[in-house]
Design a protein around this ligand. Structure first.
Ligand code: UD1
Length: 418
C-alpha cells in the first residue's frame, strides 16, 4: 500500500480543485445508516481509507456494502438483529467506529464497542458519549477493552455535555432518534457535520430540531426508512487547498464547497494577507505579496477548527513575523513541530501554545506524518520548500484526503508516491 509521498517544492499552484465529500460527515452517516432496514445510498462519499475501514466494520456487523458505478455507496441493512460487536482490529484503525454505539443502541438496544486505544493527537475519552447513552437508559460496563452497553427500557432524557463533543453529540442523536420520548442535548456540538447528520436522519423519518445550535431536540420514532442522501463537502480538505494556494504564492479556486462552512478558515487566511473571494462555483484564494503572522486559537465550531491547525502552522512557518497558536481541543496536536523543524522551521512549544517565528524559506527533508492533519501540513510545507521532501507514513494522509497527489499534480505540483 502506498505509504510515502515525495514532493519537489517551489512550484506555485494554479487552477481549480474539486473538493470531495466530508470525511467526518460520511463516517457518521455510514454508522447512522444501520438505523433503517433496507438500502440506503450515500452520494459524494469520498473514496478514502477511513471510509474503506468503516465499510469493513459495517460488513462485520452483517451489513452489505457496494460501490455503484456512479460512485455512490449502497448500504444494505438486513432485517432482524445485527452482530453488535465492533472488533479491536478495525476499531484501532478508526476511532469513529465508536459512533456505532449510538446507532446500535438506537436500532437494537445493545452494542459492544471496542475502545480504540491510544491516539496520535491526545487522550480521547468517551465519558460524554457514555453519559449520554446512560441518560437515555443504557447500562454500560467497560471490560476487557470493550464498552458493553444495553438498554432494556430506553426513554428520552435531557443531557448536558460538559464540552460540545462532536462524537458524543452524534452518538446521542442517533440513539435518541429511535428512543421513545423527547431527548434534549444541551451544549451540543454545532459543527456542519452535526447538521448533516440531522438532515440525513430527518430524511429517514427522524424528528430532530435545533442541529447547528447549542440545543438539539430529538423526538424518538419507532422506525426509520432508508433514503438516498448526498454528503456535504469537506471543509477541511477545502481549507487545506486554500492554504496550498497561499503558501506557494499561487491562485486556486476550490469548487464544490459551502462557503459558510469555510468562514472561520477564510477569515484567518485573509488576516495572513491572502486574497479570498467567494464566487459562484466556490472560493478563490490568491496569495498575497507576503505572508503576515497571525494568532490562532482552536475552538469548537464556529471557532477555528483544530483539524486546520497544523496546516496553518505550516503556512505561518513561512510568514514574516511571529505567530502564537493555542490548541484548545486536543492535547497532543503539536507532534508535527519536530518534523517541521527538520525543514528549517523555528517553533517553540509551551504546553498548549506554539510560538512560530516565520522563516525566509523552508528546505526539503525526510519527514514523517504523525497523524492525518500533520501529514497534510507536511505536504503543504513541502510544496513551499526548496528541494525535495520525502514524507514517510503518508498513509495517514490517504486516510482522509481523496486523490491528493492527483489533485495537487493537476494544480502544478511535483508529487509522486511509493
Ligand atoms: C471529531 C472529528 C475530528 C475533530 C474533532 C473536533 C470525526 C470522525 N472526527 O472527533 O476530526 O478533530 O471532532 O472537531 O468526526 N472529549 C471528552 N470526552 C468525551 C468526548 C470528547 O473529554 O467523551 C474531549 C476530547 O478529548 C477532545 C474534545 O472533547 O479534547 C473534542 O473531542 P470531540 O469533539 O469528541 O472529537 P471527536 O468526535 O472525537
Amino acid at each position: 500500500m502506498t505509504n510515502r509521498m515525495i514532493i519537489t517544492g517551489g512550484n506555485r499552484l494554479f487552477g481549480q480543485v474539486r473538493i470531495s465529500g466530508a470525511k467526518n460527515a460520511g463516517l457518521v452517516l455510514m454508522a447512522a445508516s444501520i438505523l433503517a432496514e433496507g438500502e440506503t445510498i450515500l452520494d459524494n462519499l469520498p473514496r478514502i481509507r477511513d471510509v474503506e475501514v468503516m465499510t469493513q466494520i459495517l460488513n462485520e456487523l452483517g451489513v452489505v456494502t457496494r460501490w455503484n458505478p456512479d460512485d455512490s455507496l449502497s448500504i444494505l441493512v438486513p432485517e432482524g438483529r445485527l452482530n453488535c460487536t465492533t472488533s479491536y482490529e478495525l476499531a484501532k484503525k478508526l476511532r469513529a467506529s465508536n459512533l456505532l454505539m449510538g446507532a446500535l443502541l438506537g436500532r437494537q438496544g445493545e452494542a459492544v464497542i471496542s475502545l480504540p486505544g491510544g491516539c496520535d493527537i491526545g487522550s480521547r475519552p468517551m465519558d460524554l458519549h457514555i453519559k449520554g447513552v446512560q441518560a437515555l437508559g443504557a447500562a454500560t460496563v467497560i471490560e476487557h477493552g470493550y464498552i458493553y452497553a444495553q438498554s432494556h427500557k430506553p426513554g428520552g432524557a435531557r443531557v448536558y455535555l460538559d464540552f460540545p463533543s462532536v462524537g458524543a453529540t452524534e452518538n446521542i442523536m442517533m440513539m435518541a432518534s429511535r428512543t421513545p420520548g423527547v431527548s434534549v442535548i444541551e451544549n451540543a456540538a454545532k459543527e456542519p457535520e452535526i447538521v448533516d447528520l440531522a438532515n440525513f436522519l430527518n430524511s429517514m423519518g427522524a424528528r430532530i430540531r435545533g442541529a447547528g445550535t447549542d440545543v438539539i431536540k430529538v423526538e424518538g420514532v419507532s422506525q426509520l426508512r432508508p433514503c438516498r442522501y448526498a454528503i456535504i463537502p469537506d471543509r477541511i480538505e477545502a481549507g487545506t487547498y486554500m492554504v496550498a494556494a497561499a503558501i506557494t504564492g499561487g491562485e486556486v479556486k476550490v469548487q464544490n464547497i459551502i462557503p459558510m462552512h469555510l468562514h472561520p478558515i477564510s477569515a484567518k487566511l485573509q488576516e495572513t494577507g491572502a486574497y479570498v473571494e467567494e464566487c459562484d462555483e466556490g472560493i478563490l484564494v490568491r496569495a498575497g505579496e507576503k505572508i503576515l503572522p497571525v494568532d490562532i486559537k482552536t475552538l469548537p465550531y464556529p471557532g477555528f477548527p483544530t483539524d486546520m491547525q497544523s496546516q496553518m502552522m505550516a503556512l505561518l512557518c513561512c510568514s514574516q513575523g511571529s505567530s502564537v497558536i493555542v490548541e484548545n481541543v486536543f492535547e497532543n496536536r503539536f507532534q508535527i513541530v519536530d518534523e517541521l523543524k527538520r525543514m528549517g522551521a523555528n517553533i517553540k512549544v509551551e504546553g498548549h501554545t506554539a510560538i512560530v517565528e516565520g522563516q525566509p524559506c523552508l528546505y526539503g527533508a525526510r519527514v514523517k506524518a504523525t497523524d492525518l492533519r500533520a501529514g497534510a501540513a507536511l505536504v503543504l510545507a513541502a510544496l513551499a520548500a526548496r528541494g525535495e521532501t520525502v514524507i514517510d507514513d503518508a498513509g495517514h494522509v490517504f486516510r482522509g484526503y481523496e486523490k491528493m497527489p492527483e489533485k495537487l499534480t493537476r494544480l502544478g505540483a511535483v508529487v509522486r508516491t511509493e
